[in-house]
Design a protein around this ligand. Sequence first.
Ligand SMILES: Cc1ncc(COP(=O)(O)O)c(C=O)c1O
Length: 487
Amino acid sequence: MPKVKGSLELPLRARSAGQSLTDWLYEELRSAILEGRSPPRTRLPATRDFAVLHGLSRGTVVQVFERLHSEGYLSTRVGAGTWVSDRVTPRPPSSPQLATPPDYIRRAIAAYKKPKAFAGLRSLGPARPFRIGGVDLQEFPSKLWAGLAARRARNTGSSPLNDYDPRGYRPLREAIAHYLGSSRGIGCTAGQVILVSGVQQALDLLARLLLKPGAKVWMEDPGYFGSRIAFESVAAKIIPVPVDSEGIRVSIGRKTGAAAAGAYVTPAHQFPLGMAMSLGRRMELLKWASNAGAFIIEDDYDSEFRFEGRPIPALLSLDRSSSVILVGSFSKMLFPSLRIGYIVAPPALADFVVAFRARTDFRAIHFEQAVLADFMERGHLGRHLRRMREIYSARYAALLEAAQKHLAGILEVRNVHCGLYTAAHLKNEMSSSEAEKAASAAGVETLSLDRCTLAAADPKGLLLGFASFNETAIREGVRKLARALSE
Ligand SMILES: Cc1ncc(COP(=O)(O)O)c(C=O)c1O
């Protein structure tokens, strides 16, 4: 007998007028098998259970099963049950996709503007150097995590899985408040921490809460495409503010974006260029926000990965007027598909953020949150970060060294010692997109910096991710990139 898959619980469509019960059941099961809704090797329930489940007599079910068996659709063996035969080759159902879609679908497609960062990107296959956004999962303490998850799963009756805290699982919020205090210099309470699925959900929520259509919001230029997507989706007016080696140029923002509702910035590690915002700029930005009554969304991504020098405290740690809302996530610290992030909101705003969160989701994912809380409370997060910092630092060093050797005069890798990807500046005559295309043709994945610009000229460079690749792969990637960009 072949290995069979889970038992069949098939929704049966209504019987048409005049159709006998046996004909109807036969047609329903046969079409489910032929259309692949019940693929080969799917086990069918015992005739008695099937009859009870669908309110039929057992005789009807036996008759239909026997007919399908005699026609070769089903296989059966005494003691082993009945399953969909291996010999059936399902054909796809006549697809509604092929018909002309209704107006509402065509309108939605016509109105959809593909974000610039993703337009023209081919769908992603397996990760190749230097794709951004990944972490090294080989190094993740999965046994330990599995043990914590199993412990929680064995206690499904326990409170974390039943309770409903609209801010998210409280012990995790406490652990995050504690972590932010010790590592980012932030004094906040668990009540100010609201759990979300990641920075992107935080930005979507905050954009809807804080911005009306047409409201002005500052963005660093070049800047993070994720925030652009969130602000454009509420029809806010994005004001591109140029950056220099100290970060966002507040004085230009004040001139071109007067009366803005707020600003979005990446002070720890500017996206995509990589510098940290200087103390002078931080004070200037805070002063502007405080005088204008504006918000500052501080995206604290990648701040955990500073490979040299002391960590720079968050902008929020300097805020004395409740201007700053900090957003962060565990996507880089642990792994992106975990989907746990946080918003740290000023006390007066926190309840409203929670109320907005409930508009799209009444409940938080407490199971994973409880596992993560256990992980943090037992000190594993700190240990994991220290270990990963060493690994990523060595990979970054390998990238810098290989670039100096093979890419001199072609592409200069920024020496910023922070984050899991780095900007590199083109020294040949290529534009960013030409370089991205040439690299891609040589099997190297990069992101051209002009995908991140708003009004700025092409920064002529590429973004290179190094976190998910070992040193050998990094060196090989650099050699390929050098060949591609020098041809
Ligand atoms: C600037 C910036 N913010 C945030 C994130 C993380 O987003 P999320 O928490 O939604 O995974 C990234 C990921 O690449 C990023 O580059």
